[in-house]
Design a protein around this ligand. Structure first.
Ligand code: TRP
Length: 386
């Protein structure tokens, strides 16, 4: 009972050049400044709609289980996920274990990392009764969406994806794997299997979201519908996070390999040690001036975020106290804010059976939703034979 909505030949999308349908154009434009401005404006509108009608949204977001989450993740996305949950927005959280092998040969200590990520999630207040936490490798029907979805994209648009390009360049001369090239399509499956219409993302993930939007629209154009009044997949929108842009303790981009991060699960003493080594400058008068004093301002910002205050106020209070006083303030603020989260995290980490139970429940829920979606996909594609 497929009701194709496209008047053109079903084989015309995507076009051989991959560039002359409107979806391909959107894909090419997705990282332009104008497009970014539109996304920022639209995100503000969505924030307002969440206040009045949280039930119309379903969020999908997630992380690769490659290492422990740090304060950049916390202030950048985790805290916001908890806010969405509190406002009543249904959330699916993918632990993207298959995505670990896009740019490396081995999965590493994957089981430990998955459990550690779930402990991170639960410790900050994500509630497994309200948020479905799942590993995408455990949801067969999600992965099966990859096949029809791959038919909807061209190799040239995948090669042009700025995030894929950046990740490829960062691998230092490794050949591009088929999985690295196509993982935006797999990510589209992560988003679309549960028909999420909202994806909280940072700027770097916008090209992936545009790819998911393109897949959703092209599925409708090429394979048609099950219900005449609506496409099988909604077109998901980005919810661009207010960039807090926390840097590492050396003022550089926060990254585990640089050793400049404070992990969520670090204890108070280790936090103090890391912050004692933080880079400051020679001006004893502390100000908040991210452009001219990135290292000092970053510590001020961290203290402000952890204590729920304004950076300028924090800087003023420290005044002429210099780097020493600044480090003391930021250490206290961080350790105080994270003490209950860390206590809870330690309890959770000591109870892997509970973490596995949370995962089993999330995987079961995600699988039920994915089966339902795959049924509709087969129906739309007229591949339901018995
Ligand atoms: N790519 C994301 C990261 O590296 C993780 C991820 C996988 C994701 N699938 C997703 C994020 C779908 C948002 C939506 O952190």
């Amino acid at each position: 009972m497929s009701t194709s909505t496209s008047s053109s030949s079903p084989l015309s999308v995507p076009s051989p050049s991959g560039a002359d349908d409107s979806a391909a154009q959107a894909l090419a434009d997705s990282s332009s400044e104008a497009s970014l401005q539109r996304t920022v404006a639209r995100s503000a509108q969505i924030e307002a709609q969440i206040e009045t009608d949280p039930g119309r949204f379903r969020v999908l977001t997630g992380d690769r289980p490659t290492g422990n989450l740090h304060l950049g993740h916390y202030f950048g996305t985790l805290a916001n996920r908890v806010v969405l949950q509190r406002k009543g927005v249904e959330t699916f959280l993918v632990v993207a274990d298959y995505q670990v092998i896009t740019d490396r040969d081995a999965v590493g200590a994957i089981r430990d990392r998955v459990l550690s990520l779930i402990a991170d999630y639960l410790s900050v207040g994500l509630d497994p009764e309200r948020t479905t936490i799942f590993t995408h490798s455990s949801v067969p029907a999600l992965n099966q969406l990859m096949l029809p979805f791959l038919s909807l994209v061209t190799d040239s648009e995948l090669r042009r994806n700025p995030t894929v390009k950046a990740e490829f360049e960062a691998t230092g001369g490794r050949p591009m794997s088929g999985l690295l090239l196509t993982y935006p399509v797999h990510q589209a499956a992560d988003i679309l299997f549960c028909k999420a219409n909202l994806v909280p993302v940072g700027k770097d993930q916008l090209p992936h979201l545009e790819q998911a939007r393109v897949v959703a629209r092209r599925f409708d154009e090429r394979y048609g519908r099950v219900h005449a009044d609506r496409p099988v997949f909604p077109t998901p929108e980005a919810l661009l996070s207010q960039a807090t842009n926390l840097l590492g303790t050396d003022g550089q981009k926060m990254s585990k390999s640089r050793g400049n991060t404070i992990e969520l699960g670090m204890d108070a003493d280790t936090t103090a040690k890391v912050l004692r080594k933080a880079v400051t400058d020679s001006d004893r008068h502390i100000t908040y001036d991210p452009v001219r004093r990135p290292e000092v301002s970053n510590l001020v910002l961290l203290a402000a975020l952890a204590s729920g205050r304004e950076p300028h106020e924090v800087a003023q209070e420290i005044g002429d106290g210099g780097g020493g006083a600044l480090k003391k303030v930021v250490t206290e603020a961080v350790n105080e804010h994270f003490a209950p989260i860390r206590a809870r995290r330690a309890e959770l980490a000591a109870d892997p059976a509970y973490l596995l139970q949370v995962l089993a429940q999330g995987n079961a829920r995600a699988s039920a939703v994915a089966e339902q979606t795959l049924d509709e996909v087969r129906q739309a594609m007229q591949m339901q034979y018995v």
